[in-house]
Design a protein around this ligand. Structure first.
Ligand SMILES: NC(=O)c1ccc[n+]([C@@H]2O[C@H](COP(=O)([O-])OP(=O)(O)OC[C@H]3O[C@@H](n4cnc5c(N)ncnc54)[C@H](O)[C@@H]3O)[C@@H](O)[C@H]2O)c1
Length: 330
């Protein structure tokens, strides 16, 4: 539904008309009021959500959007300081924090349990937590190069990335589904943050790409099973957003630092601008910059009842990067 749905069916006044007739004026005013109501409408009013990896980056934007739209939100993350600070800033009654490493089943189970104990239910799970992992070595690097290339694949690193990005999301689905199923017929919405690296090759390191392709497949399978219970399962696949994850990858490519960035120095405004410039350079859609808030809008749509008949879908937010390549110079 868009603001246009609230516009009156009658024709708008012609350009150049000097005065509005009373009927037209009233209809226009009523339409304007309905547009205002729509804009102000809180799209997750009364719902309870968990956002994993919600302490910073895209997850933080999702948490803020969900709270703004009336949800009570549990942030589940491993960054306790950032998670607690964000929950406190958003107000203890509306938002709380729980320590949760999504790759540890006991943590995920506890996070869902805390949410139900505190707010009485779970309507929305957003599986956002993810790690990039180490990147491929420079092309041409052979044996002995740092790990990341397929010929020098580090099995432990591959396993770590899949445990967080794929198993973590699967565990989230498992325990969220259990909580949702307890409220028979109430349904629910599970939204995972995948990536354009789950659609195309060449968008990220090998383990990351494998983990996100697997997450898109898992989303479709879980949607098949849970549809019977009215639980929708979807994912959002962003192109590059200048979060700490991407800025650390940018740092790595420029300064040969550890790109996973969990313990890296805080991201500066200048680095964010440089990373955004890099993304704009690779983008198909020009004249705009993809931001975390754009991904939060997509997650909000899939979490809310506005998407009530959408399930098993991968909502790609990439300005056309994965669908359009200007091969013939259009
Ligand atoms: N930034 C991008 O360009 C981009 C593009 C496509 C997809 N994504 C995906 O979006 C999601 C969020 O990425 P981001 O860019 O905001 O990253 P980020 O590194 O800035 O933030 C990730 C958050 O997840 C948390 N986290 C990491 N490992 C965790 C774990 N094991 N358990 C719980 N929390 C954990 C971190 O503490 C952090 O708060 C990820 O799934 C990522 O793969 C990001």
């Amino acid at each position: 539904m868009t603001a246009l749905d609230f516009m009156p069916a009658e024709k708008p006044p012609q350009a150049g008309s000097v005065a509005l007739g009373t009927t037209t004026h009233n209809a226009a005013a009523a339409a304007a009021m309905r547009v205002c109501e729509f804009v102000q409408q809180r799209r997750l009013e009364g719902k309870v959500a968990i956002v994993t990896g919600g302490a910073r980056g895209i997850g933080e934007a999702i948490v803020r959007a969900f709270v703004r739209h009336g949800a009570r939100v549990v942030i589940a993350d491993i960054d306790d300081a950032a998670g607690e600070a964000l929950a406190a800033a958003l107000g203890g009654a509306l938002c709380s924090y729980v320590h949760c490493d999504v790759s540890v089943e006991a943590d995920v189970e506890r996070a869902v349990g805390c949410c139900v104990a505190r707010y009485g239910r779970l309507d929305v799970l957003c599986n956002n937590a993810g790690v990039l992992g180490r990147q491929a070595p420079p092309s041409g690097a052979g044996a002995g190069a740092k790990s990341g290339g397929i010929a020098t694949l580090d099995a432990a690193e591959f396993d770590r990335v899949l445990r967080v990005n794929t198993l973590g999301a699967a565990l989230g689905m498992k325990h969220a589904a259990r909580a949702m199923l307890q409220r028979r017929g109430a349904g629910g919405s599970i939204v995972s943050v995948a990536s354009v690296a789950g659609v195309l090759g060449g968008m990220g390191p090998h383990a990351y790409t494998a983990s996100k392709h697997a997450l898109v497949g898992l989303t479709k399978n879980a949607a098949c099973e849970l549809g019977e219970h009215g639980i929708r399962v979807n994912c959002v696949s962003p192109f590059g957003v200048a979060t700490p994850m991407l800025v650390n990858a940018w740092r790595h490519s420029h300064h040969d630092e550890d790109e996973d960035g969990s313990a890296a120095a805080p991201v500066s405004a200048e680095e964010v601008e440089k990373a955004e410039e890099m993304v704009r350079g690779m983008a198909t859609l020009k004249g705009t910059t993809l931001r975390a808030g754009d991904i939060a809008e997509a997650a909000l749509f899939l979490a809310s009842d506005e998407s009530r008949y959408i399930s098993g879908h991968n909502l790609v937010v990439d300005g056309g990067v994965t669908t359009s390549r200007n091969v013939i110079g259009l």
